[in-house]
Design a protein around this ligand. Sequence first.
Ligand code: GLU
Length: 511
Amino acid sequence: MSQPNVRVRFAPSPTGALHIGGVRTALYNYLYARQQGGQMLLRIEDTDQNRYVPGAEEYILQALEWVGIQIDEGPQQGGPHAPYRQSERKEMYREYAERLIREGKAYYAFDTADELDAMRKRLEAANVPAAQYNAITRLQMKNSLTLPAEETRQHLESGEPYVIRIKVQPKEDIRFNDLIRGWVAVHSSQIDDKVLLKSDGMPTYHLANIVDDHLMGITHVIRGEEWLPSAPLHVLLYRYLGWADTMPQFAHLPLLLKPDGNGKLSKRDADAGGFPIFPLEWTDPKSGEKALGFREEGYLPEATTNFLAFLGWNPGTEQELFTMDELIQAFSFDRVHKAGARFDIQKGNWYNQQYLKQQDDAALAREIQPLFTSKGIQITDEQATKIVHLLKERVHFAKEIVDESAFLFSSPESYDEAVVSKRWNEEALRAIGGFRDALSTYDGDFTADNIKEVLHHTLESLGIKAGKVMQALRLALTGVGAGPDLMITMEILGKEEVIKRLQNAIDRLPA
Ligand code: GLU
């Protein structure tokens, strides 16, 4: 059933290159928004100034554009809820934090780092496993709940640093129905008094996220599973801010797992496996370290999208190839898995192969021409197009066509022994000699169709069945027993080269 005003957001923090898992999160958001005729927002969550990395926001925009995700509202596009960068909304958050204080749902806390440390040590000594600032411990700390009002005022006026913490009420049940995980129930005693506003005046992720999702009219929060533990706190914040009625629905997406399925996918796994986990190449501005990108490694955007869509979702049918429009039609939360999705790059390669096959030969040829040139191979676009046509179904990446075509540019240096002993015989020699002679006198167009005809005529007149000598012919021309279409191969080689290779084989291989 379509809901008229679905609004979703992708809310990355610009702390470095966008991980491919982030692209998948953006994709699921986009699929759902488009399917429901809703809007997709991009919000830059840059409230942690220590982690801000220059260039990261541009990277995110380029990555989304590359995979074909269109943003309706965002820092570049603008929109009714601008600004869409949290650092530019700083003042707004304080208002809400202060409102919570007035209503007794938050409080000022003045504890220094040393005092917090001392509390932790005290609790540890008393065998409290995970020390928390909460309904019990807050009574022993320095905050507006324990200090007389006058002292609190003095602290605030003195300009010394303070934070605002949520005052989590004890004995509250928190329940929400995650679209993927089902009912999640947590008791408020498990939640600590998280900081909402930091001492630098910036909101924490939790406060900013809830305020913005509310103000921006977000209806569905679709994000990675790593945020599931924060969701109960978010539910409380909606409650305390009086926004429970319009709280968005949550959908927490499964993690991306290492190729072997054990644990969360990391950059180290990618480096070890020699595959990218970033959509685009990224050079770390601090270390100068360069990381591989799907785009630069030769993955097509359509293939990447299709591959990502299937990491954590399936359509429930046998169909594996989906255009973006088809994904938009088919997507549903019901079919998003709870279990983590194993990041199998072989599957990604398979997808690339499927989409590569569908590419236009001439366009691919133009794309790989520079690679030929860099290998010292000068060919016309027309020749390159024929080579693409010959080889594109046999590779996963366009660039592999260049390597795979090496046999076209140098005649065989050796011949596969196994094929020689099985196929190189009197009959093959007669056929190949006859074909060589027929070609020498042939002066029509040297096209695959014509070549085939000459060959068949020759074999017919010699009374030899094609099936018995084709592999020997291939061996003579390429040195091996298997490969791409032989007639097209000969067309690309050209008449002279074909005759030369046939003669070479006859001279070098004894019958
Ligand atoms: N800024 C958070 C992130 O970087 C957003 C999490 C969310 O979508 O709520 O992933």
